[in-house]
Design a protein around this ligand. Structure first.
Ligand SMILES: [Zn+2]
Length: 64
C-alpha cells in the first residue's frame, strides 16, 4: 500500500525518502519511502516508481 504522499507522486517532503543506491552515469538515485516502502528511481528528468525486482537489476549494489 502506498502512503498518501506516494499516491500523489514523487514530491516534497523529500525527507521521507532514504537513498538506497546511486548510479553515477545517470545520475540516478534509488529512493525508498520511509513511510510505505515504495521504491522510486529518480533521474534528472523524472522519478518513476519501480518494483523491487527491477530496482535490484538497476542497482545491483543497493541493499534492501
Ligand atoms: Zn510513501
Amino acid at each position: 500500500m502506498l502512503c498518501k504522499d506516494c499516491k500523489s507522486g514523487y514530491h516534497a517532503p523529500y525527507d521521507r525518502f532514504e537513498r538506497l543506491g546511486v548510479k553515477a552515469d545517470g545520475p540516478s538515485f534509488l529512493m525508498k519511502c520511509r513511510q510505505c516502502g515504495a521504491l522510486w528511481n529518480e533521474t534528472p528528468r523524472a522519478a518513476t516508481r519501480v518494483h523491487k525486482a527491477d530496482a535490484q537489476t538497476l542497482y545491483p549494489e543497493a541493499r534492501f
